[in-house]
Design a protein around this ligand. Structure first.
Ligand code: NI
Length: 169
């Protein structure tokens, strides 16, 4: 298994939508294995394939990655079927947006459908933290970063900071 390089903003690859997986073949299984090692190495709670350079609709997540009983979940071609209520994620962050956190308005509960890596259909009713993580990762598959969901004032400040950092390199 390989630790993959995580793309960061403003990499344009991050803003393109992922393609649905048509065949869960060996190549897809390899991507999933590499994403699994990468998420724990980072460490992060969620990772979308687009963040590691694959435009395929795959996410992996584990909302207790530091616990001894890790349990990695794989979701292929996830779709939000319904959503309810609103919540504000506190200090949302992203491996592709280093050193920045913000509160983001999210749905409080969602129903997600997709497939696991054995092609078994999944239906996940998510609330609270899990609901936020899944919305964040599914956003990635649509080319959306959490900074696209904050006020343009805050986003502008962040973008200026990054531009300045890039100039210094
Ligand atoms: Ni992210």
């Amino acid at each position: 298994m390989t630790i993959l390089n995580i793309l960061t903003y403003p990499d344009k690859f991050l803003s393109q939508p992922a393609k649905p997986v048509e065949n869960i073949d060996g190549a897809i299984q390899n991507i999933i294995d590499d994403m699994s090692s990468t998420i724990y190495e980072a460490p992060g709670v969620g990772l979308a394939a687009i963040q590691v350079g694959f435009d395929q609709s795959i996410i992996v997540y584990d909302i207790s990655p530091r616990d001894e009983n890790r349990s990695l979940h794989v979701l292929i071609n996830p779709k939000i079927i319904s959503s309810e209520g609103t919540t504000i994620s506190e200090n949302e962050g992203c491996l592709s947006v280093p050193d920045y956190r913000a509160d983001v308005k999210r749905s409080a509960s969602i129903l997600v459908e997709g497939f696991d890596r054995k092609e078994k259909p999944l239906k996940i009713e998510a609330h609270g933290h899990l609901a936020v993580v899944l919305q964040h990762e599914i956003d990635h598959l649509n080319g959306i970063l959490f900074i696209d969901r904050i006020s343009s004032l805050k986003r502008g400040l962040y973008k200026r900071r990054i531009k300045k950092l890039l100039r210094q390199k």
